[in-house]
Design a protein around this ligand. Structure first.
Ligand code: HDE
Length: 691
């Protein structure tokens, strides 16, 4: 039998030493050592493979089954480990120890996600973002499964499958992926006026975040806190990012999708790996039943928010994410978040959206993770408080429960046998004893009938720039809707939100303004809530921001160094972009390594840029579309641009005109730092026609 043995270089010995010095050899799943991981067993060196080869079969069979169904919503996500620390006790309102033990640190696992796209879709579509936190508390897991938008599209869980069917790729054609700009989504929401408030948020810059680290989080639904005396207080949960809430520009988000589909995933992973741990403050809005009754809307209706100006957000804790998962599948993919995971002292409200969620999340894990024992997967296991009950068996049971005590009550202890755990009437989870009466009905409460006041409140609370972005996003999305009657219906609804908004969108679409639709309840004007804005609120800092420096051969190394020092001193990062990945030769000699090659590192992936070019280098770049796009896009996306004097011709060819964000580096290479702390909002009206 002729043939040679194919083996991997460096793997010639019988065993392999790992980095930690442990001797390791490959085995089958059942522990049998494998002698050859390169060649399958075959009849002769060129003959067919043999069924007998259990090593090959096991390996391929495992591979064939390595995927599990992706989440039906929120399929694409990224997560990190960290901790939660309470800074202010809520003892008066709750007996949940996680909210009463000031200074105690509780492990968390937090997953951020998009909603509509599949697991392999891009990170930057216009979409809501999931913000799910699993707290491993001493009294069992608490999953606060929220979003980056405090309200929702629908009031009743029974409409959720319709909403998701409508937004996901259309049933016959299988597209568009991860996009709401299509017929079926707008058909559905235009027929569901209750969605209008959420539409305002989804069309705002909140739906195109700059980073997972720069998003607010909200529990959305109203929950209850229960104290020792079982007295209830309504609560809304909030997360506030330390870096402020920041967004991309729409054109930028679209281009990032091509330049780096993993933009948010990479950003989170790299920040944590570099020790820039993202942090959020944790806050609560607390309301008694009396407070709730005094509000002009129903707090059980998830399409409404409670303006902070009416009920302030009390900051009581913080969350720091400081460890990346070691295995994406085992941790991020297998994490199962359930709104029903609540420690004693936290309880649900009668919000009909939340009520449906209480069923769905537990249920969906059965098809996703395949077993009722998904709570035994390490990422889902209660850590602060090991679970013990009398549930037994089931697929993938990993625990070996000893003894006969799998039922209760029992008196096995009287025979000196293990008798198993017992209920805890005082310390265990208790439900708020809400008085209920009334007939069984399928009715939407009258207090849910106002569909436009909060949409109006949100729109009118925005800055002018943010209003223009909402109007433009509506015009963009509706322009992708081929069914004209859907566009008309949406415009009719918008007239109930704000007359000028409807006019602007109609004008941008080139359509006449239709008559307003008839609202179930006439919208009310509410006091504007500046807290709902983003612009003007985030901290002016380079923390979390990256400056891309485009360099060529002959670039001024001292200028680059001075800029680098200034940026890093403020907590920012720089990345060197060069025409070739090998880097460039500097003016005074020496090489500068590149972090990215120009064509693969467009300016959309940076927060600000600098062009540090030599005269010859600049002249070469004048005919390079990548260099022109780098410059033009940085300008178009309202970014600061620092430049060496030799870079002027490139700026001119790219159509850049001078404003506060265009900064010469010749006198002071650090001069661009101030402008790089934010976007140049004032530039926008001069370069883009917004609706
Ligand atoms: Fe979810 N949602 N949802 N949702 N949701 C899921 O559960 C559902 C809603 C949210 O990172 C699913 O484990 C219903 C609101 C997040 O793993 C599923 C309704 C909010 C995540 C499900 C809602 C959310 C999910 C799919 C209407 C903000 C990702 C996979 C009644 C408060 C969690 C899974 C993660 C995931 C059902 C509405 C947030 C199908 C029925 C409102 C962040 O069970």
């Amino acid at each position: 039998m002729k043939g040679t043995k194919q083996s991997k270089p460096g793997n010639a010995g019988e065993t392999h030493q790992t980095a930690t010095g442990r001797e390791q050899r490959i085995t089958t799943n059942h522990g049998v050592p494998v002698s050859d991981n390169q060649n399958s067993l075959r009849a002769g060196s060129r003959g067919p493979s043999l069924l007998e080869d259990f090593v090959l079969r096991e390996k391929i069979q495992h591979f064939d089954h390595e995927r599990i169904p992706e989440r039906i919503v929120h399929a694409r996500g990224s997560a990190a480990h960290g901790f939660f620390e309470l800074t202010d006790s809520l003892e008066e309102f709750t007996r949940a120890r996680i909210l009463t033990e000031v200074g105690a640190k509780t492990e968390v696992f937090t997953r951020f996600s998009t909603v509509a796209g599949g697991a392999g879709s891009v990170d930057t579509p216009r979409d809501v973002r999931g913000f799910a936190v699993k707290f491993y508390t001493k009294e069992g897991n608490w999953d606060l499964v929220g979003n980056n938008i405090p309200v929702f599209f629908i009031q009743d869980a029974i409409k959720f499958p319709d909403l998701i069917h409508a937004v996901k790729m259309e049933a016959d054609r299988g597209y568009p992926q991860a996009a709401s700009a299509h017929d079926t989504f707008w058909d559905f929401v235009s027929l569901m006026p209750e969605a209008t408030h959420m539409i305002m948020w989804a069309m705002s810059d909140r739906a195109i975040p700059r980073s997972y680290r720069m998003m607010e989080g909200f529990g959305v639904n109203t929950f209850r806190l229960l104290n020792d005396r079982d007295e209830a207080t309504f609560v809304k949960f909030h997360w506030r990012p330390k870096l402020g809430t920041q967004s991309t520009c729409w054109d930028e988000a679209v281009k990032i999708a091509g330049a780096d589909p993993d933009y948010h995933r990479r950003d989170l992973y790299e920040a944590i790996a570099a020790g820039d741990f993202p942090e959020w403050e944790f806050g609560v809005q607390l309301l008694s039943q009396k407070d709730a009754d005094a509000l002009p809307f129903d707090i059980l209706d998830a399409t409404k928010l409670i303006p902070e100006e009416l009920v302030p957000v009390r900051m009581v804790g913080r969350m720091l994410l400081n460890r990346n998962p070691e295995n994406f599948f085992a941790e991020t993919e297998q994490a199962a978040f359930l709104p029903t995971n609540m420690p004693p002292g936290i309880d649900v409200s009668e919000d009909p959206l939340l009520q449906g969620r209480l069923f769905s999340y537990q249920d969906t894990q059965l098809s996703r993770l395949g077993t009722v024992n998904f709570h035994q997967i390490p990422i889902n296991r209660a850590k602060g408080c090991p679970f013990q009950n009398l549930q037994r068996d089931g697929q993938m049971q990993t625990q070996v429960f000893a003894g006969r005590a799998n039922y209760e009550p029992n008196s096995l202890n009287e025979a000196d046998e293990e008798s198993g755990p017992r209920e805890d009437p005082r310390g265990g989870f208790r439900t708020f004893a809400k008085d209920l009466d009334g007939a069984k009905v399928r009715l939407r409460a009258e207090s849910f009938a106002d569909h436009y006041s909060h949409a109006r409140l949100f729109f009118r609370s925005q800055t002018e720039i943010e209003q223009a972005h909402i109007a433009s996003a509506l015009a963009f999305e509706l322009s992708k809707v081929a069914l004209e009657h859907v566009r008309v219906r949406m415009l009719s609804n918008l007239r109930n939100v704000d007359e000028t908004l409807a006019k602007r969108v109609a004008h941008a679409l080139g359509m006449p303004l239709p008559t307003a639709s008839q609202p179930a309840l006439a919208p009310q004007d509410m006091e504007a809530s500046p807290a709902l804005r983003i612009i003007g609120k985030y901290p002016q800092t380079l923390e979390g921001r990256t400056i891309g420096i485009l360099v060529t051969d002959g670039a001024d190394g001292e200028m680059i160094n001075a800029l680098k020092t200034a940026v890093e001193a403020e907590g920012g990062k720089i990345k060197i972009v060069a025409p070739r990945i090998g880097g460039v030769s500097l003016k005074k000699g020496g090489k500068l390594k590149a972090d990215g090659q120009l064509a693969g590192s467009p300016s959309v992936i940076f927060d600000a840029v600098a062009l540090v070019l030599s005269e010859e280098g600049c002249s070469d770049l004048l005919d390079d579309a990548a260099a022109l796009d780098f410059t033009k896009d940085a300008f178009g996306h309202l970014k600061a641009i620092g430049f060496s004097p030799q870079a002027r011709p490139l700026l001119e060819k790219a159509g850049v005109f001078v404003d506060a964000g265009i900064v010469a580096l010749s006198d002071d290479p650090t001069a661009v730092v101030e402008a790089a702390r934010t976007r140049q909002w004032d530039r926008e009206a001069r370069i883009r026609s917004l609706a």
